[in-house]
Write a new protein. Sequence first.
Length: 406
Amino acid sequence: MASEVQAQDRSEPSLVRLPPPQTARAPSEGIVGDDQPSRDGENDAVHARALTPPEGPHDEGGTLRLPPEREDQEGTDQEGEDQHPGQDRAGGDKPPKGLLRRHPMASAVGLVLFAVAAAGGYLYWDHASRFETTDDAFIAARQFAIAPRVSGYITTVPVTDNQHVAAGDVLARIDERDYRVAHAQADAQMAAAQAGIENIDAQMSVQQAQIIANQAQVDQAQASLVFAQQQAARYQDLAKKGSGSVQDAQQYTSQLHQQEATLHSTQANLALAQRQVESLKAQRGNAVASVQQQRAQLDQALLNLSYTTVTAAQPGRVVQLSAAAGQFVQAGTNLSMFVPDEIWVTANFKENQLDAMRPGQPMTLEIDAYPERTIHGHIASVQPGSGTAFSLLPAQNATGNYVKIV
């Protein structure tokens, strides 16, 4: 095939005349815009615009090499051809392939990655749907105020703010001299009460001896009375028989009455001694009660003496310390606040999140102050009511009368 190239300028496109093959006819549709191609085989020619080929011999078969700086112009011609889909492409180019055919490996890798991402997303959604989360949570503890139980001047404060203390550590000391004096006085009164009991016990022993003596006198009086009765009966019998005088009979009769009076007197003394024992027993009971009272006062004095040393009842931290040495405090004066080591987290969940929550279930905590730490715990309990239900003035979100349903 012969080709003739007429180039006017290297920067301008050249006109190439290519004679059509003799054995083939031109297609029915024109490329250049003619409605019908010319039937004269010698004058028919295909006109195409092309860049000027570089200097050098042409390839066999009439193939033209286009310089790279003219690729933009070729792209413009390609867009022109796309605007006329009814026209055939010059040179018989095939339609472009799809993305999957042009990049099969990348498409396969993309599909695999998409499947893996979809499976991972489903697994994450299935795993996350089994948990309940909330940001409305805070750390809570049963903090309380530290206050003395007795009044006095503070002598020492061995702790400072935010210091951790163990159970039994000294937080403050109050002047104890007055309370030592009170303790000594209660101890003396206790000793006096015990001495009173011992005195009563001694009196009871003496009284028992007195009772024994009175009992002996009664026995003696009874024996004398028996002899007097016998004498009086003998002389009265002699007087009746005339063997004795009436005077002797009257004398022994009088002695009989005296012995009877003596017996009654000794019996009365015996009864009095016995009643005295009962009185001493009552006095001893009173003395025992007094001893118990004095013992209680002694214990109270000892407690007041121990209260002069303020100690921690459990481990925790001292916060907001206001006590100072030389300060006079009354009983109940706030010295500081105390936060125990036993703390927990109060988490507020919505009602629709509490369906499957039960005490004892494990949970994970994340604290803003320690973002690198993860704390594991468990549900201790679920409060049976909302926070406002236990407030001083609970919220009333409705009006009208409430009906109690049981």
